[in-house]
Design a protein around this ligand. Structure first.
Ligand code: CA
Length: 224
């Protein structure tokens, strides 16, 4: 899961970024509204955490503009002691939830999980390819009835493949999805993780589901 964090206060930003990364999320940081808007419009993220008080363009204007462009990525607004009025405006503008500063990291994490769960519930409750199934809400993977234990990075990559079954994913697409912008894109890291994944969910099973497309990337599908 990849999160866009739009927050100009360095301390708050690094507190959120570090915490989410420890929980397996890839986090991109935008330090003003203008950069945040441009990054949100790229639609590479599963969730946007958006501060209201921002330089360049304020958070509510960013939100209004991304909703005007039909971007449906869930948005969690960060506010300072929001009045009822602020909250109503935020929700009317298209925010999915809001959190008043100061907040505890646990509270933020609970909101993030709830928003991502709501999103995955409304799309596909359970992802399936052959006898492989992945439950995005419970964060569980089964192959032929066996529970497969994955690290959060492996889980993120597998979920991306399963949501795009049959589609060839290049190494840079995988990096863009599972790592953040700061990550020096060493494409061989993708190969390393694909190997980990194969050992866990493909090696002992038939048919093989994760295939190499030489010179391009990888694809998940039942046929060779
Ligand atoms: Ca701020």
């Amino acid at each position: 899961m990849r999160v866009l964090l739009v927050e100009d206060e360095k301390k708050v930003a690094s507190f959120i970024k570090k915490g989410l990364e420890e929980h397996g999320y890839a986090v991109d940081l935008a330090s003003d509204g203008k950069i945040g808007l441009a990054m949100a419009l790229d639609q590479l993220h599963d969730l946007v955490i958006l501060d209201i008080n921002l330089p360049e363009i304020d958070g509510l204007s960013v939100l209004r503009q991304i909703r005007d462009k039909q971007v449906v990525t869930p948005v969690l607004l960060l506010t300072i002691r929001a009045t009822i009025e602020d909250k109503v405006i935020g929700l009317d503008t298209g925010a999915d939830d809001y959190l008043s500063k100061p907040f505890s990291f646990e509270e933020l994490l609970a909101r993030v999980r709830a928003l991502l769960r709501r999103r995955s519930d409304s799309k596909t409750p359970l992802l399936k390819v052959a006898d492989l199934s992945l439950d995005p809400a419970a964060r569980q993977v089964f192959r032929d009835g066996n529970r497969i234990e994955l690290t959060s990075k492996e889980f993120a990559i597998l979920e991306y493949f399963m949501r795009n079954a049959g589609r060839v994913l290049t190494r840079s697409m995988i990096i863009n999805h599972a790592w953040d912008y700061d990550y020096e894109a060493e494409t061989n890291m993708v190969d390393v993780y694909i190997n980990y994944l194969r050992k866990k969910m493909d090696a002992a099973y038939q048919p093989k589901l994760l295939h190499t497309i030489r010179g391009t990337g990888y694809v998940m599908r039942e046929e060779e």
